[in-house]
Design a protein around this ligand. Structure first.
Ligand code: HEM
Ligand code: HEM
Ligand SMILES: [Fe+2]
Length: 460
């Protein structure tokens, strides 16, 4: 490791992985409740489990982004982090606030939680992904400000690279767009309109910049390809992202009470959105092919290539599937949406976390050449089990979505109700649950790889 302050990334990565285990566990609870609605009722009702599942997902990604940033920014800027102390303090603030919030969801009825946290003073609660009590949201803003300050000062005082500039732009965007979480108009259409400013402009806008920057950092390190080469690709990818992704927000404004011009704008702009994801696949594989060095950490490159492919499948292919207005008319809010949501989040943002951890963690543990072959082979098992597990979950949800549309949405007369339709799909939900268990087994194999001991001749 070049700079000692890079070590602050470690607790962020470890905590993110712990949260991931919790997230998947709650996914399995939800998946079981789809088959038996009374499972764990009244202790953990579906709506609470769902909130915990999705909130853990968002928070763990934020921890992973922060860890990745703290690791790569000193190395890119060629100087120590501006304030390692601040990075440690914000870790603990964020971790405590996060854990308290999740416990709040689980232990107190949501309405009571809103009451005791004075949601009435500044109402922000009650919307998907943004369920956090207002005080938690304020905590997130404080942590984000301290984080951006710390990283910003490091970048400004050090060497500026395309990677750090793109990363910082993405992080600033993340913080700015989160402010829309504090705006809760009474009008439901306006509420939804601005809700997407957070949700869409994060995952299909500024987070993609963060994704591109982290991917580029790891690719430079493990392939040894010239920085100039990497920079050109990164510019192209982020330009395509911003051109398509910002106006592409329109694909959420089709049938929610917004003007009808969004049907055209949203369809056309978002149809271009798969392009940057496709470029990422070309990018990762071209860099791997043109590599100048054979890094011993093979598995990190596997994760990098895997991220590009799975993000393209989840966001690009499954996103495009329902992004044109006439199609979305039938698919909106069905299991097809959930299929896309799962593979896109996993492929892009969970896998990029594994990519950077796979590269950085061995170095932070005193193994500059990566883990030994035994640990890497165990990690590879985890890779494939998680990838197959999530592809299976997604495939099952896609089938479930098609059945749902045919029974509930398509017929003009005799359409089944929502609940009657769900009852028909139960066999498919059993398949989903099985693949969910494969995903969990994959995560356990992955975590186990951290504890694999190498025999003496391991490093040839
Ligand atoms: C890292 C892996 C996972 C990620 C990234 C993930 C992501 C998500 C996301 C984004 C949503 C919200 C979907 C939407 O609003 O359309 C969601 C909901 C859900 N997830 Fe997951 N999930 C993961 C693992 C799992 C697993 C393993 C299962 C079960 C086997 C599962 C079951 C569910 C269920 C049942 C819902 C609620 C869907 C509904 O409201 O009908 N998830 N998950
Ligand atoms: C990594 C990037 C992406 C992530 C993490 C992501 C995630 C999600 C999630 C979780 C939802 C469900 C939100 C909700 O209603 O609760 C959603 C909806 C949607 N996404 Fe994505 N997405 C990504 C990229 C894309 C791309 C590139 C496209 C288009 C090409 C796209 C098209 C859509 C559409 C049309 C919907 C609305 C579905 C509906 O009407 O029910 N997404 N996305
Ligand atoms: Fe979107």
């Amino acid at each position: 490791m070049k700079y000692t302050s890079q070590m602050v990334a470690k607790p962020y990565f470890i905590f993110a992985l712990a949260l991931l285990a919790g997230e998947i566990l709650f996914g399995l609870i939800l998946g079981t409740q789809y088959i038996n609605g009374d499972f764990l009722f009244p202790h953990i009702p579906f709506n609470v489990a769902r909130m915990v599942h999705t909130n853990l997902l968002i928070v763990l990604i934020l921890f992973a982004f922060m860890g990745a940033t703290y690791y790569l920014v000193p190395e890119e800027s060629e100087r120590e982090l501006w304030s390692p102390w601040l990075a440690k303090v914000t870790f603990w603030i964020f971790a405590v606030v996060g854990v308290m919030t999740i416990l709040g969801y689980l232990l107190v009825p949501y309405a009571t939680l809103a009451e005791v946290t004075y949601n009435s003073l500044l109402p922000t609660m009650g919307r998907e992904f943004l369920e956090q009590p207002t005080i938690t949201k304020i905590g997130i803003v404080i942590v984000a400000l301290a984080f951006v300050l710390n990283v910003g000062m490091t970048v400004i005082k050090g060497r500026k690279t395309v990677i750090t500039v793109v990363l910082l732009t993405g992080l600033l965007g993340l913080a700015v767009f989160f402010l829309f979480a504090f705006y809760l108009p009474e009008n439901l259409v306006l509420d939804k309109f601005f809700w997407w400013y957070v949700v869409h402009l994060w995952v299909e806008g500024v987070w993609e910049l963060i994704l591109g920057a982290i991917l580029s950092f790891v690719l430079i390190k493990v392939t040894g390809v010239d920085r100039e080469h990497i920079d050109k690709w990164l510019y192209l990818i982020i330009a395509m992202t911003l051109v398509s992704g910002i106006v592409g927000t329109g694909h959420h404004y089709f049938y929610i009470g917004t003007p009808s011009y969004w049907l055209w704008i949203g369809s056309i702009a978002s149809a271009v959105e798969p392009l940057p994801f496709f470029l990422m696949v070309l990018y990762a594989f071209t860099m791997a092919k043109q590599r100048r060095i054979d890094h011993d950490n093979k598995i990190a490159l596997t994760w990098a290539k895997g991220t590009a492919v799975m993000a393209f499948l989840g966001a690009g292919v499954l996103g495009f599937l329902h992004t044109l207005a006439p199609v979305n008319f039938y698919t909106h809010g069905t299991q097809l949406t959930a299929a896309h949501g799962h593979l896109a989040f996993f492929g892009a943002y969970i896998m990029i976390m594994f990519t950077i951890i796979s590269y950085a963690m061995p170095i932070m543990r005193g193994r500059p050449h990566g883990n030994g072959p035994k640990a890497q082979s165990m990690e590879l098992k985890g890779f494939w089990m998680m990838v197959i597990g999530m592809l299976g979950v997604t495939a099952a949800l896609t089938v479930a979505g098609v059945i749902q549309i045919m029974l509930q949405r398509w017929p003009d007369a005799d359409a089944l109700s929502f609940m009657a339709t769900q009852a028909e799909i139960i066999p498919v939900y059993i398949v989903r649950l099985v693949f969910g268990l494969v995903t969990l087994a994959g995560l356990l194999a992955y975590l186990y790889s951290f504890f694999v001991k190498e025999t003496a001749i391991a490093k040839a």
